[in-house]
Ligand binder design. Structure first.
Ligand code: CA
Length: 369
């Protein structure tokens, strides 16, 4: 089996959307007619990652055996290190890795979780991940959380998404929202608070102490992601679990976070390493007794890739993230991932288990410049 074509394209989800709002997909074809699909981080529409694939990575894959995916992609990471190694390059490699695992599953006629060593669970709860709460009033936050509870999540995470150039901009307001949500869901419902890098160390500790009182489950990215020691300091001073890692793009970067004292890491399958990369992250976290809870906000390919990992992970301590519950991306699949009564059921179909609706995909597919 040889790779014969690598397609990159964006997928548009609403008429007239802008390129930076679209998903960034890749499809790898083999000479036996099979294909695998993958997805890169959609930041700015993933255009930078798709460009790297088209110009720099795809030519090196043509004619190669897709089952050599780790050797091929690690070679490219090291050859092109100066294009990255963070961000656009690792997102590009992640998309290819996911597509090559999809192909591998189809080749062996097995779901990816079987090729990873089997599933501890194929029915997976999720948490509702709710962004944009910094800009909302307390009442608006309460209302948006109430709406998302209808999907029966196992937990709720409120994200603040404040301006990263203005730390500690509204600590009393943030605390009021955290209290209001606790009041809404009751004492025992699991909650998480995502600062999206919004605080100084002192600000983070002040907020973290309140979250401890309110019984929040974890406190995500309290300070700037690049202040690794500061992140560790906050983690070590607080009792609440502090998490970070969605903006970490290398295994060595994740090791630095763990060494700093962070005890829950959240690498993202479409940003670093794909399925191969995440298996290494899981091993690293496990060796250090650190929780690994994948970050993942894309509702179809990225989500399914992440679910296969979560299914096969020995110590999966938290539910899977569900950021976008809308059906807008469902039409391009015959069997899109949808939760039933708060649970995702992982299909036993080969590869990722997603069947593409080619007619719908053709309508939404957008060439990159
Ligand atoms: Ca986050």
């Amino acid at each position: 089996m040889k790779i014969c074509d690598v397609e990159v394209f964006q997928v548009s989800w609403s008429p007239g959307d802008k390129p930076e709002q679209r998903s960034a997909w890749v499809r790898i074809y083999c000479d036996n007619g099979a294909f695998g699909i993958g997805e890169a981080s959609p930041m700015q529409g993933g255009l930078a990652s798709l460009g790297i694939i088209a110009h720099n990575l795809a030519p090196a894959l043509i004619g190669e055996d897709p089952l050599d995916h780790a050797v091929l992609l690690d070679t490219l990471l090291h050859t092109l290190a100066k294009l990255g190694p963070e961000g656009a390059l690792t997102g590009a490699l992640a998309a290819l890795d996911i597509a090559l695992w999809d192909l591998k599953g189809k080749f062996f006629n097995q779901p990816i979780y079987k090729l990873l060593g089997g599933a501890w669970r194929t029915v997976l709860p999720f948490y509702a991940s709710i962004g944009g709460n910094g800009a909302r009033s307390v009442d608006e936050v309460r209302r948006v959380v109430e709406t998302r509870l209808a999907d029966k999540p196992a937990a709720v995470k409120i994200r603040f998404d404040n301006d990263r150039t203005k730390p500690d901009i509204d600590i009393p307001g943030d605390i009021a929202k955290a209290r209001a949500v606790r009041q809404l869901v009751g004492e025992s419902f699991p909650l998480a608070f995502d600062a999206n890098n919004g605080y100084s160390v002192g600000g983070a500790i002040r907020v973290g102490r309140i979250l401890e009182e309110l019984g929040y489950w974890w406190f995500e990215e309290p300070v700037q992601h690049y202040h690794v020691k500061a992140m560790g300091e906050v983690a070590q001073k607080l009792d609440i679990t502090v998490s970070a890692g969605e903006q970490t793009y290398t295994l060595a970067g994740l090791a630095d976070l763990i060494a700093a004292g962070v005890r829950m890491v959240q690498p993202d399958i479409v940003k670093m390493g794909g399925i191969t990369g995440l298996t290494r992250c899981i091993a690293l976290a496990h060796a250090h007794g650190v929780e690994l809870v994948p970050h993942q906000t894309q509702p179809t390919i990225g989500h399914m890739a992440s679910l296969h990992l979560a299914a096969s992970q020995l110590h999966a301590t938290k539910p899977c993230e569900l950021n976008d519950p809308s059906p807008r991306q469902h039409s391009v699949f015959e069997n899109p991932p949808k939760p039933v009564d708060g649970l995702f059921h992982l299909p036993a179909e080969p590869g990722l288990g997603l069947r593409v609706n080619e007619v719908e995909l053709t309508k939404r597919r957008m060439a990159i410049a």
